[in-house]
Design a binder for this molecule. Structure first.
Ligand code: CMP
Length: 144
């Protein structure tokens, strides 16, 4: 099915100048960019975004990292976009992220791991709603 997924280049990826590289990979794959913005994240948005990790020992560290400097938030659309983006990102743990993936090629840290991508269609819809107002999504409305 045609899906939309939420993708965010984290502060480390922005600071290292990886926006163009990462956007280029998704474009060349054939996914369609339907929304994008560079923004400083407030802690309320960061905590809502990572709500499912609230009880984890690294939650505080995660929120302070994401709010530390600007992120580049995007929505990508395409056939099976959620799982396609996840496989192109590579695994969270740098030991397991294969060469050829974004984290496999550029990442060495489990926390500062360059990029976030929604892990399910349900979470994609929730995250898109959290990060983007309805009228900032171009091309098509969700579900079209
Ligand atoms: P992300 O895919 O954005 O979703 C949850 C995040 O938690 C994950 O990326 C990592 O950045 C972070 N994370 C997971 N495990 C750890 C850990 N052991 N220490 C710090 N951060 C972690």
């Amino acid at each position: 099915a045609i899906e939309k997924t939420f993708v965010m280049i984290k502060p480390d990826g922005v600071q290292r100048g990886l926006i163009g590289e990462i956007v280029g990979r998704f474009e060349k794959k054939g996914l369609k960019l339907v929304a994008a913005k560079l923004l400083a994240v407030d802690s309320k948005t960061a905590e809502a975004h990572y709500a499912e990790h609230k009880e984890r020992p690294f939650f505080g560290e995660l929120v302070s990292f994401i709010t530390s400097s600007p992120v580049f938030a995007m929505v990508w659309e395409g056939e099976n976009a959620v799982s396609v983006v996840r496989s192109m990102m590579g695994k969270t743990n740098p030991v397991d992220s294969a060469p050829g993936t974004i984290r496999g090629d550029f990442g060495l840290s489990i926390g500062m791991n360059i990029i976030h991508g929604s892990d399910s269609v349900e979470n994609a819809n929730r995250e898109i709603g959290l990060w983007f107002a309805e009228n900032t999504l171009t091309y098509s409305k969700s579900g079209d």
